[in-house]
Design a protein around this ligand. Structure first.
Ligand SMILES: *[C@@H]1O[C@H](CO)[C@@H](O)[C@H](O)[C@H]1NC(C)=O
Ligand SMILES: *[C@@H]1O[C@H](CO)[C@@H](O)[C@H](O)[C@H]1NC(C)=O
Ligand SMILES: *[C@@H]1O[C@H](CO)[C@@H](O)[C@H](O)[C@H]1NC(C)=O
Length: 331
């Protein structure tokens, strides 16, 4: 009797002694992993890219449905590079119309100047036998507020944000890492070191602006005042291909809206370069309001009614892509 009790007391005693150090070690490891992850967001991307397709789902290998096949065209390059800088005539015409111009003066010269400042190659040219690439496309919808999805977003290899997106103060819901920031001159924000600025050129002046904003600062306005200089890594700048832009408009959004939204362009960029895609922050919030997650005014999202983009159609398209197993849509 006595010996049993002492054994158990001993055991009980031991257990209480063991718990605090073990808990401490676990807490320390969690802290350490969090700290190393957030220390250098860009290095971590490289690190995540090492293993050959280890994704649970390797998107390109999934059987494609007829619907997807009819729309998807692998041969259209998402980025404008020195090698892929020839803009087909029909694309050039459409692009000029978009900017309300009929000045068909060649953009070759403008691109020449750009590629003197930014890299000339395509970082995503390798389509086969390359490591798994997981991507989070983070829209700016108010439905992210209170979502608690920050850690999930940060766990992706590449993280795409757009336009006025901010993370500071919203980390719990939107995450803290960014690898690619999609923008145009009028929506431009300064970026942290190592983040890819992905320029979406709506007009020739946008292409001139990026060269200027990274060098001399001679362009100060387009149809409105724009940033004269942009804080961004020159050797990380990427140019969205107008041909890819047109392809999305023709083949995916089917001319709903005047042209696809920046968010839509980022989703299709992901569909063409990533193996696994998660989409966050698109669509209305649960009360049906359209606004940005950083805005106090729930009714501020008047952009939805401008008719330039068709937000409902775009939301439906993402839902369809989710059903087809091409991405995961977090609503
Ligand atoms: C895919 O795009 C290329 C380049 O624009 C074009 O030549 C080809 O016809 C397209 N494929 C289909 C199936 O439409
Ligand atoms: C067309 O654009 C070129 C290059 O930007 C410019 O030099 C030229 O003056 C423009 N022509 C007209 C008619 O606006
Ligand atoms: C995309 O749209 C164009 C123009 O409407 C069409 O000719 C083409 O067959 C469509 N499909 C693909 C896969 O490019």
């Amino acid at each position: 009797m006595h010996s049993i009790r002492s054994c158990c007391r001993l055991f009980h005693h031991r257990r209480t002694v063991w718990i605090p150090p073990v808990a401490f070690i676990i807490a320390f490891l969690i802290y350490l992993s969090f700290f190393t992850n957030s220390l250098n967001p860009v290095d971590r991307v490289e690190e995540l890219d090492y293993n050959s397709c280890m994704c649970g789902l390797c998107r390109p290998e999934k059987p494609r449905t007829e619907w997807y096949n009819e729309h998807f065209n692998r041969s259209i390059e998402p980025l404008l590079t020195r090698k892929d800088q020839e803009i087909p005539e029909h694309v050039h015409k459409w692009w000029l119309k978009l900017q309300g111009s009929n000045n068909a003066s060649s953009i070759t010269e403008v691109l020449e100047q750009i590629f003197r400042v930014i890299p000339t190659g395509n970082p995503y040219a390798e389509k086969n036998n390359r490591p798994c690439r997981t991507c989070a496309v983070v829209g700016n919808s108010g439905n992210l507020k209170g979502s608690g999805q920050g850690n999930l977003i940060d766990s992706h290899g590449l993280i795409f944000r757009m336009n006025g997106a901010r993370t500071s103060g919203f980390e719990e819901d939107v995450g803290s890492r960014t690898t690619h920031h999609f923008m145009y001159p009028e929506s431009a924000v300064h970026l942290q070191h190592g983040v890819h600025l992905v320029l979406i050129p709506f007009k020739l002046l946008d292409l001139k602006w990026i060269t200027s904003a990274l060098t001399t600062g001679e362009i100060k306005s387009t149809y409105t005042r724009v940033k004269q200089f942009i804080k961004a890594d020159k050797d990380k700048v990427l140019i969205f291909n107008p041909a890819f832009f047109k392809y999305i408009h023709d083949n995916w959004t089917n001319h709903h809206g005047k042209y696809p939204s920046t968010g839509m362009l980022a989703v299709f960029f992901a569909l063409h370069i990533c193996d696994e895609i998660s989409v966050f922050g698109f669509g209305a919030d649960k009360n049906g309001n359209w606004h940005h997650y950083w805005e106090k005014n729930r009714f501020a999202g008047a952009f939805r009614f401008t008719g330039v983009h068709n937000a409902e159609f775009e939301s439906m398209l993402i839902t369809k892509l989710d059903k087809e197993g091409k991405l995961k849509f977090y609503k």
